[in-house]
Design a protein. Structure first.
Ligand SMILES: [Zn+2]
Length: 95
């Protein structure tokens, strides 16, 4: 699972397929491409990955006990994260 994090306003948003999600200050946006795995990001956005299995296991355990989740920040040149500029705006992502 990928989340958009804005370093300016601290907002965190869940990415959606083919649709841009903007942070509160509108300096960052992100979206999944058609495949639902590759992320496109604009502005100052940082993509945070949550380990899907950790989330699923935590949900299955319920909230009776604390669950530790693994998370990381994707580097800008990661194959599943594309930094978008005006010159490489993908057709599959809309505002
Ligand atoms: Zn922001």
């Amino acid at each position: 699972m990928k989340l958009l994090f804005c370093p300016r306003c601290g907002d965190v948003k869940k990415l959606k397929v083919n649709r841009k999600r903007w942070c509160s200050c509108r300096s960052s946006w992100g979206a999944y491409g058609q495949c639902g795995e590759r992320a496109f990001v604009g502005g100052d956005a940082i993509i945070i990955g949550l380990h899907n299995r950790d989330v699923a296991e935590g949900v299955n355990r319920g909230r009776a006990e604390r669950t530790t989740l693994r998370a990381w920040m994707f580097e800008k040149d990661h194959p599943r994260v594309t930094q978008v500029t005006e010159s490489n705006e993908p057709d599959e992502v809309t505002a």
